[in-house]
Design a protein around this ligand. Structure first.
Ligand SMILES: [Zn+2]
Length: 361
């Protein structure tokens, strides 16, 4: 999806539900209204509501499987839903691959099975940051697959153990209410995980390799893939994953495409610094570079521009209200003009509050 001005109609229901589960597990308070609206909308979930890949000329038909797999570029595949967006980068021969982000913990076995069903050997898994909707699936990989995250992410994973276990158990309900044609197979996998969840220890989720530089190839496999860490943003450990040969970039949650963002100040995030990461990523982009956001539709460099504009406009707006002596309570209840159509409305007040707090210092 190149158009960054679209409404969030393509945002899959399932992804929203999984995100809400993730948000709940992260301790975000979501209004009952938003959860109710999701339950009542009755739209068939996700997946058959296919994500739109950004290469219209050779757009491939949807690929079989539980996830709404889509082609991003030659040798780059998009895996939406059940947590953050994942991406699969295939080697020139297609016999090996690098997986970016591991989704929610309950779907881990399914994710690994579908990746391997493509006849490709997973050389590395990269976590774009420590949130459980991106590292949750690590437990299906770390025993035998190189799993790379920023050093600061490793420090933040252990405190999530209970939430990770709970998210696995909650997955049974999530899959039971899904309308996926693959539901029976996936439910068996999720039930098996849920039965073992309480006995799982945090080492199952720990990356096997820490990345602490600013730019590096990190020895991920046979294909050149660069990791970039610019500084604090969504958290203090966001990695930008760039495959220059394939001309694709995974931004992790540095991009919530046309959605209200989660700004994790407790996790070391900062809006002022976040903008620097977005501007940095723009310099990696060429005319047709595909940009994968952590949440929302696939985009290109315009998605980076839109995210920068969202923060600039919002910070200016909030600062103006502060000069007019508006209270925090009054300000977080406001909607920044131009952001009315953004998805994840349940995150709006929290985002406004985080920006207010940062400006207040
Ligand atoms: Zn996140």
């Amino acid at each position: 999806m190149i158009d960054t001005n679209h409404t969030p109609r393509h945002e899959s229901q399932f992804d929203r539900r999984a995100f809400i589960a993730a948000a709940g597990a992260l301790g975000l308070s979501l209004s009952a209204g938003s959860a109710l609206a999701l339950t009542r909308s009755g739209q068939p979930s996700r997946t058959r509501n296919q994500p739109e890949a950004p290469a219209p000329a050779d757009a491939a038909p949807p690929m079989p499987g539980y996830f709404g797999w889509a082609t991003l570029a030659d040798r780059a595949l998009f895996i939406p839903g059940d947590g953050g967006n994942s991406m699969l980068l295939l080697s020139a021969k297609g016999d090996s691959c690098i997986l970016i982000d591991a989704k929610m913990p309950y779907i881990a076995s399914t994710l690994r099975r579908e990746v391997e069903a493509r006849g490709t050997r997973i050389e590395s898994l990269v976590n774009t940051h420590h949130h459980l909707d991106h590292i949750g699936g690590n437990h299906a990989f770390t025993a035998d697959i190189r799993t790379v995250a920023h050093a600061k992410a490793k420090a933040r994973i252990p405190e999530q153990l209970e939430r990770l276990q709970q998210a696995i158990k909650n997955g049974v309900r999530t899959i039971s209410s899904s309308d996926s044609p693959e539901k029976e197979t996936v439910l068996k996998e999720v039930e098996a995980l849920a039965a073992a969840a309480d006995a799982m220890t945090i080492d199952k989720w720990m990356p096997t390799q820490a990345f602490s530089g600013q730019i590096g190839a990190a020895n991920l496999g046979t294909m050149p893939v660069d990791l970039h860490q610019v500084g604090p943003g969504h958290t203090d450990n966001d990695l930008i994953v760039h495959a220059p040969q394939l001309d694709v970039i995974h931004m992790g949650d540095l991009v919530f495409n046309n959605l209200h963002p989660f700004i994790d100040r407790d996790g070391g995030g900062s809006v002022k610094e976040w903008i620097k990461s977005l501007k940095y990523a723009k310099r990696l982009c060429k005319a047709r570079t595909v940009v994968v956001p952590g949440h929302g539709d696939v985009t290109d460099s315009k998605g980076l521009d839109a995210m920068i504009a969202y923060f600039d406009t919002s910070m200016d707006f909030i600062q103006k209200q502060m000069r007019q002596k508006k209270t925090r309570e009054e300000i977080v209840a406001m909607t920044v003009p131009g952001t009315e159509e953004r998805g994840f409305p349940h995150l709006k007040e929290r985002a406004m509050g985080a920006m207010y707090d940062e400006l207040k210092g």
